[in-house]
Design a binder for this molecule. Structure first.
Ligand SMILES: Cc1cc2nc3c(=O)[nH]c(=O)nc-3n(C[C@H](O)[C@H](O)[C@H](O)COP(=O)(O)OP(=O)(O)OC[C@H]3O[C@@H](n4cnc5c(N)ncnc54)[C@H](O)[C@@H]3O)c2cc1C
Length: 333
Protein backbone atom coordinates (compact mmCIF):
# COMPACT_ATOMS: atom_id res chain seq x y z
CA UNK A 1 0.00 0.00 0.00
CA UNK A 2 1.34 3.47 -0.82
CA UNK A 3 1.28 6.37 1.58
CA UNK A 4 -1.46 8.12 -0.41
CA UNK A 5 -3.90 5.22 -0.04
CA UNK A 6 -3.19 5.02 3.68
CA UNK A 7 -4.30 8.58 4.13
CA UNK A 8 -7.55 8.29 2.18
CA UNK A 9 -9.26 5.45 3.97
CA UNK A 10 -12.69 4.65 2.55
CA UNK A 11 -15.82 4.89 4.67
CA UNK A 12 -16.45 1.36 5.88
CA UNK A 13 -17.47 -0.69 8.85
CA UNK A 14 -14.72 -1.06 11.43
CA UNK A 15 -14.33 -3.00 14.63
CA UNK A 16 -12.98 0.13 16.29
CA UNK A 17 -12.76 3.80 15.41
CA UNK A 18 -10.14 5.82 17.28
CA UNK A 19 -10.93 9.52 17.50
CA UNK A 20 -7.65 11.45 17.65
CA UNK A 21 -4.38 10.67 15.81
CA UNK A 22 -2.16 11.79 18.69
CA UNK A 23 0.51 9.53 20.16
CA UNK A 24 -2.01 7.74 22.38
CA UNK A 25 -4.64 7.35 19.65
CA UNK A 26 -2.00 5.84 17.38
CA UNK A 27 -0.84 3.51 20.16
CA UNK A 28 -4.44 2.35 20.63
CA UNK A 29 -4.82 1.68 16.92
CA UNK A 30 -1.58 -0.33 16.80
CA UNK A 31 -2.56 -2.50 19.75
CA UNK A 32 -6.07 -3.15 18.44
CA UNK A 33 -4.75 -3.93 14.93
CA UNK A 34 -2.27 -6.41 16.32
CA UNK A 35 -5.14 -8.21 18.00
CA UNK A 36 -6.83 -8.66 14.64
CA UNK A 37 -9.34 -5.81 14.76
CA UNK A 38 -10.13 -3.56 11.78
CA UNK A 39 -9.35 -0.08 13.03
CA UNK A 40 -9.66 3.44 11.63
CA UNK A 41 -8.06 6.52 13.19
CA UNK A 42 -9.77 9.80 12.48
CA UNK A 43 -8.45 13.28 13.25
CA UNK A 44 -9.82 16.75 12.66
CA UNK A 45 -6.33 17.91 11.72
CA UNK A 46 -2.96 16.53 10.74
CA UNK A 47 -1.31 13.37 12.00
CA UNK A 48 -0.24 14.10 15.61
CA UNK A 49 -1.95 17.44 15.24
CA UNK A 50 -1.17 18.67 18.78
CA UNK A 51 2.56 18.13 18.27
CA UNK A 52 2.36 20.00 14.96
CA UNK A 53 1.09 22.95 17.02
CA UNK A 54 3.90 22.84 19.62
CA UNK A 55 6.71 25.43 19.47
CA UNK A 56 9.35 25.03 16.77
CA UNK A 57 12.28 22.92 18.00
CA UNK A 58 10.54 22.35 21.34
CA UNK A 59 12.48 19.91 23.49
CA UNK A 60 10.39 17.15 25.11
CA UNK A 61 11.02 16.63 28.81
CA UNK A 62 10.82 12.86 28.25
CA UNK A 63 13.69 10.80 26.93
CA UNK A 64 12.98 9.04 23.62
CA UNK A 65 12.23 5.54 24.91
CA UNK A 66 9.42 6.94 27.08
CA UNK A 67 7.65 8.33 24.01
CA UNK A 68 7.79 5.08 22.01
CA UNK A 69 4.63 3.34 20.85
CA UNK A 70 4.00 -0.06 19.30
CA UNK A 71 7.47 -1.29 20.24
CA UNK A 72 9.15 0.87 17.58
CA UNK A 73 12.49 2.30 18.74
CA UNK A 74 12.67 6.10 18.65
CA UNK A 75 15.99 6.78 16.91
CA UNK A 76 17.48 10.15 17.79
CA UNK A 77 20.87 11.34 18.93
CA UNK A 78 19.21 13.90 21.22
CA UNK A 79 19.02 13.00 24.91
CA UNK A 80 15.64 14.78 24.90
CA UNK A 81 13.92 14.61 21.50
CA UNK A 82 12.80 17.72 19.70
CA UNK A 83 9.28 18.27 18.35
CA UNK A 84 10.63 17.60 14.86
CA UNK A 85 12.12 14.23 15.93
CA UNK A 86 8.76 13.22 17.39
CA UNK A 87 6.81 14.34 14.32
CA UNK A 88 9.07 12.20 12.18
CA UNK A 89 8.92 9.25 14.57
CA UNK A 90 5.11 9.07 14.82
CA UNK A 91 4.77 9.54 11.04
CA UNK A 92 7.17 6.67 10.42
CA UNK A 93 5.29 4.42 12.86
CA UNK A 94 1.90 5.21 11.27
CA UNK A 95 3.13 4.62 7.73
CA UNK A 96 5.17 1.51 8.63
CA UNK A 97 2.04 -0.09 10.04
CA UNK A 98 -0.21 1.04 7.16
CA UNK A 99 -2.64 2.42 9.71
CA UNK A 100 -6.00 3.38 8.28
CA UNK A 101 -6.18 7.13 8.77
CA UNK A 102 -8.75 9.77 7.94
CA UNK A 103 -7.20 13.18 8.53
CA UNK A 104 -8.73 16.67 8.41
CA UNK A 105 -12.14 15.21 9.22
CA UNK A 106 -13.74 16.46 12.44
CA UNK A 107 -15.89 14.10 14.52
CA UNK A 108 -19.14 15.77 15.50
CA UNK A 109 -21.20 13.16 17.34
CA UNK A 110 -21.75 9.52 18.15
CA UNK A 111 -25.01 7.80 17.29
CA UNK A 112 -26.20 4.22 17.56
CA UNK A 113 -26.10 1.63 20.28
CA UNK A 114 -23.42 -0.58 21.86
CA UNK A 115 -21.93 -2.84 19.19
CA UNK A 116 -23.38 -0.74 16.37
CA UNK A 117 -22.12 2.80 16.68
CA UNK A 118 -22.06 5.45 13.96
CA UNK A 119 -19.27 8.01 14.30
CA UNK A 120 -20.70 11.13 12.71
CA UNK A 121 -18.12 13.37 11.05
CA UNK A 122 -18.31 16.53 9.00
CA UNK A 123 -17.86 14.33 5.91
CA UNK A 124 -20.02 11.29 6.67
CA UNK A 125 -20.49 8.37 9.03
CA UNK A 126 -18.26 5.47 10.05
CA UNK A 127 -19.79 2.43 11.66
CA UNK A 128 -17.91 0.71 14.46
CA UNK A 129 -18.50 -1.75 17.24
CA UNK A 130 -16.20 0.16 19.59
CA UNK A 131 -15.01 3.74 19.83
CA UNK A 132 -11.84 4.97 21.52
CA UNK A 133 -11.76 8.68 22.33
CA UNK A 134 -8.17 10.00 22.46
CA UNK A 135 -8.84 13.67 21.85
CA UNK A 136 -6.29 15.14 24.27
CA UNK A 137 -6.60 18.68 25.63
CA UNK A 138 -4.73 20.99 23.27
CA UNK A 139 -7.63 22.37 21.21
CA UNK A 140 -9.41 24.43 23.87
CA UNK A 141 -7.25 27.09 25.56
CA UNK A 142 -8.23 28.54 28.93
CA UNK A 143 -9.17 31.92 27.46
CA UNK A 144 -8.73 35.13 29.43
CA UNK A 145 -12.11 36.47 30.38
CA UNK A 146 -11.25 40.15 29.94
CA UNK A 147 -12.03 42.77 27.30
CA UNK A 148 -9.65 42.43 24.34
CA UNK A 149 -8.86 38.75 25.00
CA UNK A 150 -9.57 37.86 21.38
CA UNK A 151 -7.72 40.72 19.67
CA UNK A 152 -5.52 39.58 16.75
CA UNK A 153 -2.21 40.16 18.56
CA UNK A 154 -3.31 37.94 21.47
CA UNK A 155 -2.39 34.29 21.07
CA UNK A 156 -2.95 31.23 23.20
CA UNK A 157 -0.33 29.21 21.30
CA UNK A 158 3.37 30.11 21.12
CA UNK A 159 5.41 28.98 18.14
CA UNK A 160 8.73 30.88 17.91
CA UNK A 161 10.27 34.25 18.83
CA UNK A 162 11.57 35.59 15.52
CA UNK A 163 8.58 37.74 14.59
CA UNK A 164 8.99 39.67 17.85
CA UNK A 165 12.59 40.93 17.72
CA UNK A 166 12.74 44.43 19.17
CA UNK A 167 9.04 44.41 20.13
CA UNK A 168 7.26 44.47 23.48
CA UNK A 169 5.77 41.14 24.40
CA UNK A 170 3.61 40.35 27.42
CA UNK A 171 3.61 36.68 28.45
CA UNK A 172 0.85 35.62 30.84
CA UNK A 173 1.37 32.47 32.90
CA UNK A 174 3.97 30.90 35.18
CA UNK A 175 4.26 27.27 34.13
CA UNK A 176 6.53 25.49 31.65
CA UNK A 177 5.09 26.91 28.43
CA UNK A 178 5.16 30.51 29.69
CA UNK A 179 8.64 30.07 31.19
CA UNK A 180 10.10 28.63 27.98
CA UNK A 181 8.44 31.26 25.79
CA UNK A 182 9.64 34.16 27.98
CA UNK A 183 13.23 32.84 27.90
CA UNK A 184 13.24 32.30 24.13
CA UNK A 185 11.67 35.69 23.44
CA UNK A 186 14.13 37.64 25.56
CA UNK A 187 17.08 35.80 24.01
CA UNK A 188 15.75 36.72 20.57
CA UNK A 189 15.73 40.41 21.49
CA UNK A 190 12.13 41.04 22.56
CA UNK A 191 11.26 43.15 25.62
CA UNK A 192 9.42 40.68 27.79
CA UNK A 193 7.08 41.27 30.69
CA UNK A 194 5.87 38.15 32.47
CA UNK A 195 2.53 38.47 34.24
CA UNK A 196 2.03 35.91 36.98
CA UNK A 197 -1.18 35.50 38.96
CA UNK A 198 0.57 33.72 41.85
CA UNK A 199 3.32 34.98 44.14
CA UNK A 200 6.14 33.05 42.40
CA UNK A 201 7.11 30.99 39.38
CA UNK A 202 5.28 27.67 39.68
CA UNK A 203 7.16 24.90 41.48
CA UNK A 204 5.98 22.60 38.68
CA UNK A 205 8.28 24.31 36.15
CA UNK A 206 10.97 21.78 35.19
CA UNK A 207 14.04 21.86 37.41
CA UNK A 208 16.37 22.89 34.56
CA UNK A 209 14.11 25.73 33.34
CA UNK A 210 13.02 27.33 36.63
CA UNK A 211 16.44 28.61 37.81
CA UNK A 212 17.17 29.97 34.32
CA UNK A 213 13.96 32.01 34.41
CA UNK A 214 14.43 33.15 38.02
CA UNK A 215 17.97 34.30 37.23
CA UNK A 216 16.87 36.21 34.10
CA UNK A 217 14.23 37.96 36.22
CA UNK A 218 16.79 38.71 38.96
CA UNK A 219 19.19 40.31 36.48
CA UNK A 220 16.37 42.41 35.02
CA UNK A 221 16.34 40.96 31.51
CA UNK A 222 12.77 39.77 32.02
CA UNK A 223 10.41 42.01 33.94
CA UNK A 224 8.09 39.90 36.09
CA UNK A 225 4.97 41.06 37.88
CA UNK A 226 3.71 38.65 40.54
CA UNK A 227 0.34 38.52 42.26
CA UNK A 228 -0.89 40.39 39.22
CA UNK A 229 -4.02 39.90 37.15
CA UNK A 230 -4.88 41.03 33.65
CA UNK A 231 -7.79 43.47 33.57
CA UNK A 232 -8.05 44.33 29.87
CA UNK A 233 -6.10 44.21 26.62
CA UNK A 234 -6.05 46.91 23.96
CA UNK A 235 -4.27 47.14 20.60
CA UNK A 236 -0.98 48.35 22.12
CA UNK A 237 -1.10 47.57 25.82
CA UNK A 238 -2.20 45.28 28.62
CA UNK A 239 -3.85 46.73 31.71
CA UNK A 240 -2.99 44.81 34.86
CA UNK A 241 -3.75 45.06 38.54
CA UNK A 242 -0.63 44.67 40.69
CA UNK A 243 -0.40 44.73 44.50
CA UNK A 244 0.78 48.37 44.10
CA UNK A 245 -2.21 49.29 41.95
CA UNK A 246 -3.14 49.38 38.22
CA UNK A 247 -0.42 49.49 35.56
CA UNK A 248 -0.41 49.70 31.77
CA UNK A 249 2.17 47.50 30.05
CA UNK A 250 3.22 48.16 26.45
CA UNK A 251 2.39 45.13 24.32
CA UNK A 252 2.86 44.64 20.60
CA UNK A 253 2.14 40.95 21.15
CA UNK A 254 0.47 39.04 23.97
CA UNK A 255 0.89 35.34 24.76
CA UNK A 256 -1.65 33.99 27.23
CA UNK A 257 -0.09 30.62 28.06
CA UNK A 258 -2.53 29.71 30.77
CA UNK A 259 -3.23 26.10 29.84
CA UNK A 260 -5.80 24.10 27.95
CA UNK A 261 -8.75 21.85 28.70
CA UNK A 262 -10.47 18.90 27.04
CA UNK A 263 -13.28 19.68 24.61
CA UNK A 264 -16.26 19.02 26.89
CA UNK A 265 -18.75 19.92 24.18
CA UNK A 266 -17.31 17.10 22.04
CA UNK A 267 -17.44 14.68 24.96
CA UNK A 268 -21.10 15.61 25.49
CA UNK A 269 -21.80 15.06 21.77
CA UNK A 270 -20.26 11.61 22.16
CA UNK A 271 -22.56 10.92 25.12
CA UNK A 272 -19.73 10.85 27.69
CA UNK A 273 -20.65 12.39 31.03
CA UNK A 274 -18.17 13.70 33.61
CA UNK A 275 -17.78 13.20 37.32
CA UNK A 276 -18.63 15.90 39.84
CA UNK A 277 -15.00 16.19 40.98
CA UNK A 278 -12.66 19.18 40.73
CA UNK A 279 -11.11 17.82 37.53
CA UNK A 280 -14.49 17.14 35.87
CA UNK A 281 -13.06 13.71 35.03
CA UNK A 282 -14.77 12.08 32.03
CA UNK A 283 -16.79 9.18 33.49
CA UNK A 284 -14.83 5.99 33.01
CA UNK A 285 -13.79 2.84 34.79
CA UNK A 286 -10.12 3.40 35.73
CA UNK A 287 -9.41 -0.32 35.30
CA UNK A 288 -10.81 -0.67 31.78
CA UNK A 289 -11.13 2.94 30.52
CA UNK A 290 -14.69 2.18 29.39
CA UNK A 291 -16.93 5.22 29.73
CA UNK A 292 -20.52 5.50 30.84
CA UNK A 293 -21.38 4.53 27.25
CA UNK A 294 -20.79 0.78 26.77
CA UNK A 295 -18.12 0.03 24.18
CA UNK A 296 -16.84 3.61 24.20
CA UNK A 297 -13.42 4.13 25.82
CA UNK A 298 -11.27 7.13 26.72
CA UNK A 299 -7.48 7.05 26.36
CA UNK A 300 -4.56 9.41 26.96
CA UNK A 301 -4.67 12.93 28.29
CA UNK A 302 -8.44 13.33 27.98
CA UNK A 303 -8.89 10.78 30.81
CA UNK A 304 -7.68 13.35 33.36
CA UNK A 305 -10.26 16.02 32.52
CA UNK A 306 -9.09 19.41 33.75
CA UNK A 307 -6.12 17.73 35.40
CA UNK A 308 -4.21 17.85 32.12
CA UNK A 309 -0.91 16.83 33.68
CA UNK A 310 -2.34 13.57 35.09
CA UNK A 311 -1.82 11.64 31.84
CA UNK A 312 0.76 12.39 29.16
CA UNK A 313 2.51 10.37 26.48
CA UNK A 314 4.82 8.52 28.87
CA UNK A 315 2.01 7.01 30.92
CA UNK A 316 -1.00 7.50 28.59
CA UNK A 317 0.48 5.26 25.87
CA UNK A 318 -0.03 2.28 28.21
CA UNK A 319 -3.80 2.74 28.02
CA UNK A 320 -3.62 1.22 24.54
CA UNK A 321 -2.83 -2.33 25.65
CA UNK A 322 -5.44 -2.25 28.41
CA UNK A 323 -8.18 -1.10 26.04
CA UNK A 324 -7.19 -3.47 23.22
CA UNK A 325 -7.34 -6.37 25.66
CA UNK A 326 -10.87 -5.29 26.63
CA UNK A 327 -12.01 -5.12 23.02
CA UNK A 328 -10.70 -8.55 22.14
CA UNK A 329 -12.00 -10.07 25.37
CA UNK A 330 -15.47 -8.76 24.53
CA UNK A 331 -15.12 -9.83 20.88
CA UNK A 332 -14.04 -13.35 21.84
CA UNK A 333 -16.87 -13.79 24.37
C1 LIG B 1 4.58 21.94 25.06
C2 LIG B 1 4.28 20.55 25.52
C3 LIG B 1 5.33 19.65 25.80
C4 LIG B 1 5.07 18.35 26.19
N1 LIG B 1 6.10 17.48 26.49
C5 LIG B 1 5.82 16.21 26.86
C6 LIG B 1 6.86 15.27 27.16
O1 LIG B 1 8.05 15.58 27.12
N2 LIG B 1 6.52 14.00 27.50
C7 LIG B 1 5.22 13.59 27.59
O2 LIG B 1 4.97 12.42 27.91
N3 LIG B 1 4.21 14.45 27.33
C8 LIG B 1 4.48 15.74 26.98
N4 LIG B 1 3.47 16.63 26.75
C9 LIG B 1 2.09 16.17 26.87
C10 LIG B 1 1.71 15.38 25.64
O3 LIG B 1 2.12 16.00 24.46
C11 LIG B 1 0.26 15.12 25.59
O4 LIG B 1 -0.11 14.58 26.81
C12 LIG B 1 -0.03 14.16 24.45
O5 LIG B 1 -0.07 14.84 23.23
C13 LIG B 1 -1.27 13.41 24.71
O6 LIG B 1 -1.50 12.56 23.63
P1 LIG B 1 -2.98 12.22 23.26
O7 LIG B 1 -2.85 11.28 22.10
O8 LIG B 1 -3.75 11.83 24.46
O9 LIG B 1 -3.60 13.63 22.79
P2 LIG B 1 -3.16 14.61 21.62
O10 LIG B 1 -1.77 14.39 21.21
O11 LIG B 1 -3.55 15.97 22.05
O12 LIG B 1 -4.07 14.14 20.41
C14 LIG B 1 -5.44 14.42 20.36
C15 LIG B 1 -5.88 14.44 18.90
O13 LIG B 1 -7.30 14.47 18.85
C16 LIG B 1 -7.68 15.26 17.75
N5 LIG B 1 -9.06 15.70 17.93
C17 LIG B 1 -9.54 16.53 18.88
N6 LIG B 1 -10.87 16.75 18.68
C18 LIG B 1 -11.22 16.03 17.57
C19 LIG B 1 -12.45 15.87 16.85
N7 LIG B 1 -13.60 16.47 17.22
N8 LIG B 1 -12.45 15.06 15.76
C20 LIG B 1 -11.30 14.44 15.36
N9 LIG B 1 -10.12 14.58 16.01
C21 LIG B 1 -10.08 15.36 17.10
C22 LIG B 1 -6.66 16.41 17.78
O14 LIG B 1 -6.58 17.04 16.52
C23 LIG B 1 -5.38 15.69 18.16
O15 LIG B 1 -4.60 15.28 17.04
C24 LIG B 1 3.73 17.93 26.33
C25 LIG B 1 2.68 18.81 26.06
C26 LIG B 1 2.95 20.11 25.67
C27 LIG B 1 1.79 21.04 25.40
Amino acid sequence: MTESTIFTAPAAAFDAVVIGAGPVGLACALEARRRGLRVCVIDKGALVNSLVGYPTNMEFFSTPELLEIGGYPFPTNHYKPLREDALDYYRRVATSENLTLRLYERVLALEGTPGAYAVVTEKGRLTARYVIVATGFFDVPNRLEVPGADLPHVSYYYKEPYAHVGRSVVVIGAKNSAAKAALQLVRAGAQVTLVVRGAAISESVKYWIRPDLINRIAEGRIRALFTTTVVAISAESVQVLTPEGPQTLPADFVYALTGYRPDYSLLAALGITFQQDVARTPSHNPETFETNRAGVYVAGTVCGGLNTSRWFIENGRHHAAVIAAQLTAVTAA
